[in-house]
Design a protein around this ligand. Structure first.
Ligand SMILES: [Zn+2]
Length: 180
């Protein structure tokens, strides 16, 4: 059972779980300052690896709810040696921009795999809310995830909106882009 928040720092949801750019974003992106600590969300066995997309990644397999597992990506660095048994709240790494997050905002891409494999990924947000009921029912970023990606500006400019549609709406007819 997920019992500890994965990021031990102030964060924003810079991209929620769900459809994105014609595919499914299988995790939630939690943006936080570079090198913010990443914590084991529950007790289990943590393993580390590298992946072209995920960069420096960790898979944490629950010791009490097998085969439940969690995936953390884009770490700037690991903490400790792997594989190893961890307790809930142990630091396993740090927020970064490795893999395909290079050049973008520092964040952890966090996934929850109920059956232990990535194809089973579900939205982690309800699990995170369960340990912090003060979080909104849906990520605040759900309605407008882009300000955080474009430097945290409070005001969404038309240029940013245009960039959004170019990035995620590749199948959108051009006339709709002009309307936007
Ligand atoms: Zn992501």
């Amino acid at each position: 059972m997920l019992s500890v928040f994965p990021v031990a720092a102030k964060f924003t949801v810079c991209s929620p779980y769900g459809p994105r750019g014609g595919s499914i974003h299988r995790g939630i992106d939690l943006c936080a300052a570079t090198d913010s600590p990443l914590l084991a969300v529950e007790a289990g066995t943590a393993n580390a690896g590298t992946d072209p997309k995920g960069g420096n990644v960790i898979v944490l397999r629950s010791s009490t709810d097998a085969p439940l597992a969690y995936y953390y990506a884009h770490l700037s660095a690991y903490e400790g040696t792997f594989p190893r048994a961890v307790a809930a709240g142990d630091t396993v790494g740090y927020v970064g921009t490795t893999g395909n997050a290079a050049g973008g905002p520092a964040h952890v891409h966090f996934e929850c795999w109920p059956t232990g494999v990535y194809t089973s990924a579900v939205d982690p947000w309800p699990l995170l809310r369960a340990i912090d009921p003060s979080l909104p029912a849906r990520p605040a970023a759900h309605a407008s995830p882009w300000p955080a990606l474009f430097g945290g500006a409070a005001i969404v400019s038309l240029a940013v909106l245009a960039a959004h549609f170019v990035m995620v709406g590749q199948n959108v007819p051009r006339r709709r882009l002009r309307v936007a």
